[in-house]
Design a protein around this ligand. Structure first.
Ligand code: MD3
Ligand code: FE
Length: 211
């Protein structure tokens, strides 16, 4: 019997949390081309953590502000500490996708001012955390997955809440707002693979209102 790919599905994960299945798929090449221009100006790097470690995820940013971690803590900064210059501008195609996705999930009028770009290769993980450094916690966060699949770990409002696991594939977009905005979340260690557009890599773009 011939098996076809599953059609894209939208799934309400929880109140305020909406998975838009493969919402970004048709824009994938344009997004990756824009990402390459951002990375040429502000390279992907592994940031230091306040406790003396180093993140396994490689990161850079675009937009008016970028998320930064160093020995002094986490913050948003208008300057890339590696280049001493402002982060690259948010590509129009990035902001447009984020606004369209937020609208589709019920958050009309979302205009991001920061985009954190995460780069994963085999074994890279992101441990359970909350995102609370953004000034405007009423605004949602929009996340776009590109390249290799990942297992998203999604807990509750308390660190000890038992997490669910959701597989995120190339093109998936998730919008987190309202009561879902402060949930604990992370990414399990990435499994190795070879994606047609990104090779051994998963990228995640998270769009935020930080300033
Ligand atoms: C739920 N990134 O950059 S995206 C992060 O795939 C981050 O790189 C993961 O967690 C990644 O902070 C997960 C999904 C995501 C992003 C932000 C959230 C889920 C969220 C903020 C609040 C609640
Ligand atoms: Fe996060």
């Amino acid at each position: 019997m011939m098996l076809f790919e599953d059609p894209p599905q939208n799934l309400a994960l929880a109140p305020g949390a909406m998975l838009l299945g493969r919402f970004a798929e048709t824009a994938d090449r344009a997004l990756l081309a824009a990402l390459a221009r951002v990375v040429a100006a502000s390279p992907i790097r592994r940031m230091n953590t306040p406790n003396g470690g180093q993140m396994s995820v490689g990161m850079t940013n675009c937009g008016a502000a970028g998320w930064v971690s160093d020995r002094t803590g986490y913050r948003y900064d208008r300057l890339d500490p590696e280049t001493g210059r402002p982060w690259p501008a948010m590509p129009p195609g990035f902001a447009d996708l984020a606004t369209r996705a937020a609208t589709a999930a019920g958050f009309a009028g979302f205009v991001p001012d920061a985009c954190l770009i995460n780069r994963y290769t085999a074994q890279t993980r992101l441990s359970l955390h909350q995102d609370h450094n953004e000034r405007d916690l009423a605004a949602p966060i929009v996340s776009v997955s590109l390249g290799l699949p990942a297992v998203f770990v999604w807990g509750g409002p308390r660190r000890a809440d038992r997490p669910r696991r959701v597989r995120l594939v190339h093109g998936d977009v998730v919008v987190w707002g309202g009561p879902a905005r402060m949930t604990f979340h992370g990414i399990d260690p990435l499994r190795e693979g070879d994606h047609a557009l990104t090779g051994p890599v998963r990228y995640n773009l998270t769009f935020r209102r930080a300033l």
